[in-house]
Design a protein. Structure first.
Length: 206
């Protein structure tokens, strides 16, 4: 009996030492990539990027500017996406998901010739016309690159709030994305997706 009582006391003591779990406003927060229950962290996770990307794209598709006049596809360049959080974030975790979902609609195509994600491939290939090593009929001609119609850019921001007792803290994330039209310079769309996470203020690892 003494041994059982001692084990019960130890179990209660350990339970008392545990901190409260992190709770997220992301409705998919507790699902892992496999669809099974996953851990919820104060930091941004793949489920957060997936949720914010789908929500932002869906809002854009529901806007009157998603369809290009004439029915052709919008050519989009990626602008800068600023990481204004205390975490090291690869913002491509967000933008790659948005590009994937937008491209699937058939209404958008992204350029690699300009913007924050431009590659040297397009410009360098134009230099091949000066080389005798390459078959000139296969070399890209000047004046054939398609200019972008739109630029997509944004920021990921964070605020940290601690309650008066110092026992709980809440992290407020903001996924803020804008779309600017080239010819007019007008901002034709903005998506603002908040995600809040609440948990213990003890043993918090940045």
């Amino acid at each position: 009996m003494k041994k059982i009582s001692l084990m019960a006391v130890m179990a209660l003591a350990l339970a008392g030492c545990q901190t409260m779990p992190v709770v997220s406003s992301n409705p998919n927060a507790e699902l892992s990539r496999t669809g099974k229950p996953g851990m919820v962290s104060f930091g941004l996770q793949s489920t957060d990027f997936e949720y914010a990307a789908k929500k932002a794209v869906q809002e854009f598709l529901e806007s009157p500017y998603a369809q290009k006049p004439g029915g052709s596809r919008w050519v989009v360049q990626m602008g800068d996406v600023v990481n204004d959080t205390t975490f090291r974030i690869d913002t491509a975790s967000m933008t790659s998901r948005m590009k994937r979902d937008m491209t699937k609609t058939g209404q958008f195509i992204f350029t690699g010739a300009t913007g924050a994600e431009r590659t040297s491939f397009v410009q360098d290939s134009r230099q091949l016309s000066k080389s005798k090593m390459f078959k000139q009929s296969t070399v890209a001609r000047n004046g054939t690159v398609i200019a972008p119609d739109l630029e997509m850019l944004g920021a990921i921001r964070q605020r940290t709030l601690v309650d008066g007792s110092g026992k709980q803290q809440q992290l407020e994330y903001e996924f803020d994305f804008r779309v600017v039209e080239r010819d007019s310079g007008l901002e034709i769309f903005q998506a603002f997706v908040p995600i809040e996470k609440l948990g213990s203020n003890q043993n918090f690892a940045w």
